[in-house]
Design a binder for this molecule. Structure first.
Ligand code: URA
Length: 440
């Protein structure tokens, strides 16, 4: 079967057969399909779409292009669960969620990504922890999940290699924003983890890749339908990204907020709402609670009794990080030399361009302009104001943490541009907007 004939069929809006999709993915995996052919295939799918059965076939073919983990549920003693977020600013949920699920009896082999576009990546946050081995390979992943209950690591070469090549080509050919391709890309990697249940956190709002609620719903529905047809248990939460999640954005800075959350020193309301809601979904999917509501209660219990914090500490230790990170984070996490409050006229925050806030973090060095850039773990933003909050000369929009005065100044300007201040106080929308399950 010729690759050009498969591409031609999709250009004519034909439904591709399983054999055609498998041939294309084999060609992506072994390099027999040229970069031009892969790009043309991606563009044809972007323009003409795919039916759910085609996306399911593409997902499974991408998943099976590498290793697929399998777990002995009886030997583990609990379900294997994970969460995927479509990406946001200040989204440090995974750092708390994985140990919470582990403390509640689940097992979480979480394969995370680096920052993409204006959003931060869990892996970059973990790399801010000295010694933490964020790409340990599958064997250490397996051992850590078995002994601690959770491990958050980066994608290895063995998992879904066809997606890695396809994604890299999409990234430079304007073919990222296709619901079938995003669905297959996300699910191929997650299903390769050998999961019993998966929750998707689909972000919507000014800091999300798909800002509108309808495109977010379409993506969530696509992911749910395809995962269900591949035999996975799944649900999705649509959550708000019209403001930064929590009070911080940056790498070491977000690790500190996650530790404060786990130890109970400080839990910002919206961050808590999203984290606990996702935990409730996961625990219900895994059969560790009767319902998502019961799962939320269990999640709060493992937070309040300190067992989630202990799991986080054990995970960090098992993957090479400092044994006393949660007791003494400031001794281990880098701090930036320059701090500057972002002052403003008095009023109330009525809107935030969260994408611009994410760009400010990148400009500070907390994200990448080029894939080859080194991240500065120390920089970022703390005390980030949310919608409805009173701000003014003595109540800053945020505090910028920068490497130099000039970089701080640039970030201050970004932040001022990102915020709309009004004389009247507005109410923020809910942090968790809606739930979508396999049946609706
Ligand atoms: N994240 C992925 O892993 N793949 C996509 O296509 C988009 C976001």
């Amino acid at each position: 079967m010729l690759f050009q004939e498969i591409i031609h069929a999709k250009c004519l809006c034909h439904r591709l057969s399983d054999a055609e999709i498998q041939t294309m993915v084999d060609g992506i995996t072994d390099g027999a399909a040229s970069e031009g052919q892969v790009a043309a295939f991606a563009m044809a799918v972007l323009l003409n779409g795919m039916e759910t059965e085609e996306v399911a076939c593409l997902t499974c073919a991408l998943r099976d292009s590498g290793s697929v983990l399998s777990w002995d549920a009886d030997a583990l003693g609990g379900p294997v669960l994970d969460k995927h977020s479509t990406g946001g600013v200040g989204d440090k949920v995974s750092l708390m969620l994985a140990p919470m699920i582990a403390a509640a009896g689940g097992f979480v082999p979480m394969i995370s990504g680096r920052g993409l576009g204006h959003t931060g990546g869990t892996l970059d946050k973990l790399d801010a922890i000295p010694g933490y081995e964020s790409q340990p390979g599958l064997e250490l992943l397996r051992r850590t999940v078995q002994s601690v209950g959770c491990a958050i690591i980066g994608q290895t070469d063995d998992l879904a290699p066809a997606d890695r090549r396809l994604y890299a080509i999409r990234d430079v050919t304007g073919t990222v924003e296709s619901v079938p391709l995003i669905t297959a890309s996300i699910l191929s990697k997650k299903l390769a983890e050998g999961l019993d249940g998966l929750v998707i956190d689909v972000k919507t709002g000014s800091g999300a890749f798909l800002p509108g609620i309808e495109p977010a719903r379409t993506l969530a529905r696509s992911i749910i339908d395809v995962a269900t047809s591949a035999g996975a248990s799944i649900s999705a939460l649509l959550t708000d990204m019209n403001q930064v999640l929590g009070r911080t954005a940056g790498n070491a800075i977000e690790v500190t907020e996650a530790i404060d959350f786990l130890t109970g020193d400080h839990r910002e309301n919206r961050l808590e709402a999203v984290t606990v809601a996702l935990a409730g979904e996961m625990l219900a999917l895994g059969g560790l609670s009767e319902s998502a509501e019961d799962g939320e209660s269990l999640a709060r219990r493992v937070l309040d009794d300190g067992s989630a914090a202990e799991r986080f500490a054990s995970m960090v230790r098992a993957l090479g990080g400092p044994g006393d990170l949660i007791e003494r984070p400031a001794e281990h996490l880098a701090a930036a030399p320059v701090s500057r409050p972002v002052t403003t006229d008095r009023g109330y925050v009525s809107a935030i361009d969260v994408r611009e806030v994410g760009v400010a973090v990148i400009e500070l060095g907390g994200g990448r302009r080029l894939a080859s850039d080194e991240i500065d773990p120390a920089v970022g933003l703390t005390d980030i104001a949310g919608i409805g909050e009173e701000v003014g000369p003595d109540a800053p929009l945020s505090i910028v943490h920068a490497r130099t005065e000039a970089m701080a100044e640039e970030a201050v300007e970004h932040l001022r541009r990102a915020y709309t201040i009004s004389p009247d106080q507005s109410e923020p929308g809910p942090a968790v907007i809606e739930r979508m399950g396999a049946t609706g």
